[in-house]
Design a binder for this molecule. Structure first.
Ligand code: GUN
Length: 293
């Protein structure tokens, strides 16, 4: 049976490392601050945003909760971003996605000042990442790299197969893993919905990352014995036995654990790392803005 990689333990270790840095930032007079913008009432988004604000409180980062109805105009949302860009108490700005369809997400993400772009979604942040220059990195890809390194599964020299080519996970993760630096140096294949015979590709992986948002997509036949599997999927499936009426499942069939050497669970795998890398990015942004790096 696969070793289960506990994301909660790794996330806590990173948060412990951030503690002294958060105190040092607070010592400058203004504590590190994260503005969290939520538009509308998507239940998953509400729970993500609530969790992110709770994480901030736990580690001593100030959070600013900015919730607006789905009817907010793009103009008003852009004005809010402008105001946060100019607010000295705000080190990081996160606009929770998805946004309602009448708002152009790209326009909003591009409006965030790059030095406050703690999600790492701004074109400038992504371009700097591609070049290996210092920048704020997207949280989930950065979290996957941390999980691999801290669980003794360094991607250096390994064949990593990623299923999914999203702007948030697949594409930036492929870039990070290919960089010539610690946490990189992997040989990376990206599969997606137009890849013929995905199983033939996934069976060649030393490390398999599932990030396409299809519950239980990766089955035991799709992996070779000894593979390390990172499950980025967070899917809500109906479950009448739960008070909430749903449970969270990943993109990987739990039966894969009988073949893999190591695997991340859902929940409790990548999720805690994604949230922790947001705290990490807020700390980095706060240090840079105060000139204390
Ligand atoms: N929606 C789903 N994942 C994310 C994320 O990492 N950041 C933001 N802003 N929205 C999301």
């Amino acid at each position: 049976m696969a070793e289960l990689i506990d994301g909660t333990v790794i996330a806590q270790a990173i948060q412990d490392e951030l503690g002294p840095r958060i105190q040092r930032i607070a010592g400058t007079g203004i504590p590190a601050g994260l503005a969290v913008v939520l538009v509308g009432e998507n239940p998953a988004s509400i729970s993500y945003v609530t969790a992110k604000e709770r994480d901030c409180e736990k580690v001593g980062i100030r959070s600013f909760d900015l919730r607006h109805p789905a009817s907010i105009s793009e103009t008003d949302l852009l004005a809010l971003v402008d105001e946060l860009n100019g607010n000295d108490e705000v080190d990081g700005i996160l606009v929770q996605l998805p946004l309602p369809s009448h708002i152009e997400s790209d326009r909003v993400l591009e409006r965030i000042a790059p030095e406050k772009d703690v999600d790492g979604f701004h074109p400038l942040s992504l371009g700097r990442m591609l070049l290996g220059l210092p920048t704020l990195l997207p949280c989930t890809p950065q979290g996957v790299v941390e999980i691999l390194q801290r669980s003794g599964n360094d991607p250096d020299g390994k064949h990593v197969v990623i299923i999914g080519r999203s702007n948030i996970v697949g594409k930036p993760l492929a870039t990070l893993l290919t960089l010539k630096r610690p946490g990189g140096n992997a040989t990376v294949t990206v599969c997606h919905s137009r890849t013929p015979d995905i199983a033939a590709v996934t069976r060649s992986a030393d490390i398999l990352v599932a990030a396409m948002g299809v519950p239980g997509f990766v089955t035991p036949e799709m992996v070779r014995p000894g593979v390390v599997v990172i499950d980025v999927g967070v899917n809500r499936v109906a479950d009448d036995t739960r008070k909430s009426g749903y449970r969270l499942v990943g993109d990987v069939d739990p039966a894969v654990a009988s073949v893999a050497a190591a695997m991340t669970p859902v929940p409790g795998g990548v999720g805690p790392l994604t949230r922790t890398m947001l705290l990490h990015n807020t700390v980095v942004a706060a240090e840079r803005r105060r000139g204390i790096t």
